[in-house]
Design a protein around this ligand. Structure first.
Ligand SMILES: Nc1ncnc2c1ncn2[C@@H]1O[C@H](COP(=O)(O)OP(=O)(O)OP(=O)(O)O)[C@@H](O)[C@H]1O
Ligand SMILES: [Mg+2]
Length: 278
């Protein structure tokens, strides 16, 4: 026993076997005192020699709502894959706040640590009610079984009510998610992400396939979330982007082509040439 303790102590001291020690996930606090909540610096991702991201540098401020636009294949989705740990870059650095190195964390750790991602296709549990979907989402990634057998605390019930109001589905609370309209499913999924109280929310093409009315409602929803959350929205629907945009980043060939207000980027000749002039 003593020998084993000594061995452990030695391992701890050398730090050579650091990877064998239990790690505390996200031990550094999210630090946004300098402004940005997300730092991407010099990020390059290659697929068989083709650079989907090419030395990309981009900062998102805490609480901001940023729109990212750009032609097909510009690297928008790949950028989200890098932030969420789905794709590892060949080079560059990716930080959540000043101190959390996202490249050292797994996809699950990143999701649990405060970065929520909404994919284009809604992935709600169709046979469960709206309420149950929000309840299941409390557990977060990979924790569904634990929630199914746990009682809700009053705080958790309050949070569900709060989120129902934000996403405007109070009237649908006991209906199975499968009967909701496409737009309502998308809002429910945003609600499920909100159950985790993410600091940063990544939303890829939220209004694709929505009616004009649903699109308008989604604009209101995302706008209302800014401030409390930081939100990155990728979208091709320019009318929608114009409605919600403060600062817009135009990606092209894996790099930032232009950044500024919607008016600024829309009148930028380079942007017109590669994207808006199509
Ligand atoms: N897993 C992969 N393997 C090979 N190539 C890939 C992979 N993922 C993306 N790419 C390529 O990288 C480039 C960037 O793709 P990405 O999906 O990031 O573009 P995007 O800006 O999201 O485009 P869109 O507006 O069409 O969604 C594309 O040329 C794409 O074909
Ligand atoms: Mg995409």
């Amino acid at each position: 026993m003593k020998a084993l303790d000594r061995l452990r102590e030695g391992m701890r001291r050398d730090r050579v076997f650091d990877f064998m020690m239990p790690k505390v996930v996200f031990s550094p606090e999210l630090d946004t005192r300098h402004g940005p909540i997300l730092y991407l610096e010099g990020v390059t991702v290659s697929f068989d020699g083709f650079k989907a991201l090419d030395d990309l540098t981009l900062y998102i401020d805490d609480g901001e709502l940023r729109c990212i636009i750009g032609p097909n294949g510009a690297g928008k989705t790949t950028m989200m894959d890098v932030i969420t740990g789905k794709t590892r870059p060949d080079s560059g650095s990716v930080y959540f706040g000043q101190r959390i190195d996202l490249l050292r964390l797994s996809e699950t750790e990143i999701a649990q640590g405060g970065i929520g991602r909404k994919f284009q296709k809604p992935t709600v549990f169709e046979q469960h009610t709206v309420f149950e979907n929000l309840e299941l989402a409390l557990a977060g990634p990979k924790g569904v079984w634990a929630t199914l057998f746990a009682r809700l605390t009053p705080e958790q019930r309050d949070r569900i009510d709060e989120v129902l109001e934000i996403i405007g589905l109070q009237d649908q609370v006991h209906r199975p998610a499968g009967v909701l309209s496409h737009g309502q499913k998308q809002w429910l999924e945003i609600g499920m992400l909100l159950m985790q109280s993410p600091r940063l929310l990544l939303v890829d093409e939220p209004v694709a396939g929505m009616t004009a009315q649903e699109t308008e409602r989604t604009a209101e929803l995302l706008t209302s979330l800014a401030g409390r959350h930081s939100i990155v929205v990728v979208e091709h629907d320019m009318e929608f982007v114009r409605t919600i945009a403060r600062k817009v980043t135009v990606l092209h060939e894996g790099r930032v082509l232009a950044e500024g207000s919607m008016d600024e980027v829309q009148s930028d000749p380079r942007v017109v040439e590669v994207y808006l002039g199509e």
